[in-house]
Design a protein around this ligand. Structure first.
Ligand code: BG6
Length: 511
């Protein structure tokens, strides 16, 4: 029997999780003085410690260029935690024991000697704290260093140890197909694929994990989950924020690179995949890649039929006036980087033949919302001819964030003498149903890596497939002129995005 907490956590994986406890290990963070360590990694690791999901021996070794003592590093992380962590549940004693396991070394990633020093530091930590040679290397630097650090680790013999060795690679994973393949080869020259954990924080979101439970722990949806009953699928990933001071990075990226080829495709694959035979890391990832391999290639010459792009100009978002993208710091005043994209995909396989997946993602849209809408087909025969209401098809909406939950929309008879139909919602909300703390994506992902479970990490083939799908789009856009800005901040994107779906006789849902 499973306890209620296990059921809440994730029934499909709870069994696996409970059989294993995290072993003592050292996480070496490259780029430890950067933003990610402060904002995400340290709060997540502290929270795991506080929940006793990590053993007391657990250690962190920060590796960055600035000179700093261990004590200064600890003080710096504490200060960061007070800014970004959950102060309400902060416990001085837990922090004390967490901080005792924090160490720092200064070094240059190009310097082979620094990696010899790293090796000795890790051995010393193993002896001092009993971390048994179990190691994670976390690449949280600028992406241009990923290949170099991996190579240096290999040269220093740090790709293996007496315990286990794993490497976590942050995003962005490449800039295009070629660079992603190059990075994968650089990693593969040093590490086995089983040692490589490529982060996609969307996979750590509770609601994204729930897609597996929803589809495969319930028997009523799967029979309908195909071209016979589903008219189309809409996936919306909208952000109200702009580029938040990351203009220089975003100029080189754009929404297709930043969000679609990774996060949005991961979510899409969970909707499109076949049931896996098991929940093993490869069992799930084999089915995801199989689905993505069925995506029909978009011909370069007809990209406009399948993809549209946009860039926001000045406007109002959530009541505030905001500048246009080209006015953001670090952005060129004539930038042709897209901040919005809508794409139509087809999966050429038995389940989905002829069912379009409409995907849209953008910044400075009216609000933050990520949802998947499964739009069912209309009833085969219209029985209620007297009603003045047009018959809406059923829609199943899975809200990834915020207000996480699931809604099923269906027709019901309006009480009274007449036969009238109203459209009503049946709602499940995470917050009110479970009322428990939802772990941060990074908590789940870091713990999974420590436990050696890579199910929620992107496998090599998936990173390359994402790039393959978007390559014709990026190539066509590079060659053609834009008329940016073409949507006002605070609106749902350019007119062309509406045309894309309306040409097919369908509409974006009003969110
Ligand atoms: C990041 C992107 O990967 O995801 C950001 O680089 C984006 O541009 C962020 O804002 C969105 O994440 P979330 O979890 O807030 O939806």
């Amino acid at each position: 029997m499973t306890s209620p907490t296990e059921t809440i956590e994730n029934p499909l994986r709870a069994g696996i999780r409970l059989e294993r406890t995290a072993e003592p290990c050292v996480v070496t963070i490259f780029g430890a003085t950067g933003d990610l360590t402060k904002r995400k990694l340290v709060p997540a690791l502290y929270s795991l410690m506080q929940q006793r999901l990590l053993p007391a021996e657990f250690a962190i070794l920060g590796f960055s260029r600035p000179e700093m003592t261990d004590e200064e590093f600890r003080a710096r992380l504490r200060e960061a935690f007070m800014e970004y962590g959950d102060k309400e549940t902060f416990d001085e004693a837990v922090w004390e024991s967490f901080a005792n396991g924090m160490f720092y070394m200064s070094g240059d990633f190009a310097d082979a000697n620094a990696f010899q020093t790293l090796r000795s530091r890790l051995e010393a930590i193993d002896n001092e704290r009993g971390t048994e040679g179990n190691r994670i290397f976390y690449l949280s630097t600028a992406p241009s260093f990923f290949g170099l650090i991996s190579e240096q680790l290999g040269k220093a013999g740090l790709n293996e140890s007496e315990g286990w060795t794993r490497i976590i690679v942050e995003k962005p994973f490449g800039h295009d197909l070629e660079s992603a393949r190059g990075l994968n080869s650089e990693l593969a020259a040093v590490f086995q694929e089983e040692q490589v954990y490529r982060i996609d924080h969307y996979l750590g979101k509770e609601t994204v994990q729930n897609l597996l439970v929803f589809r495969f722990a319930n028997s009523i949806f799967e029979p309908l989950w195909n071209r016979q009953y589903i008219d189309h699928v809409q996936i919306t990933n909208a952000e109200a924020i702009g580029v938040e001071g990351r203009g220089a990075y975003y100029e080189e990226a754009g929404v297709v690179r930043d969000m679609i080829q990774n996060h949005v495709f991961q979510v899409t694959s969970l909707i499109a995949m076949e049931p896996p035979a098991s929940l093993s890391a490869n069992g799930v990832r084999d089915e995801k890649i199989k689905a993505m391999q069925a995506v029909r290639p978009i011909p370069l010459k007809s990209v406009d039929e399948f993809a549209v792009r946009g860039q926001y100009g000045a406007g109002y978002v959530l009541g505030d006036t905001v500048p246009g993208y080209r006015e953001e710091p670090g952005v060129s005043p004539s930038s042709s980087t897209e901040t919005f994209a809508a794409i139509k995909l087809y999966f050429d396989n038995w389940r989905w033949a002829g069912v379009p997946f409409y995907i849209r993602s953008g910044k400075r849209l009216p609000k933050r919302v990520t949802e998947i809408a499964i739009q069912f087909k209309e009833v085969p025969h219209r029985l209620f001819t007297e009603t003045d209401e047009p018959l809406e098809p059923n829609v199943l909406v899975i809200r990834i964030q915020p207000n996480e939950g699931i809604t099923l929309r269906f027709g019901a008879k309006l009480p009274g003498q007449m036969m009238r139909i109203r459209w009503v919602n049946m709602d499940f909300r995470y917050g009110s149903s479970f009322g428990v703390h939802t772990p941060e994506a990074y908590e789940r992902l870091l713990l999974d890596c420590i436990l050696g479970d890579s199910t929620l990490y992107a496998r090599r083939d998936m990173t390359e497939r994402g790039w393959e799908i978007v390559t014709p789009i990026l190539d066509a856009w590079k060659r053609s002129a834009t008329d940016f800005p073409n949507y006002e901040a605070g609106t749902w994107g350019p007119k062309a995005a509406f045309d894309l779906i309306e040409r097919d006789g369908r509409h974006w849902r009003r969110l």
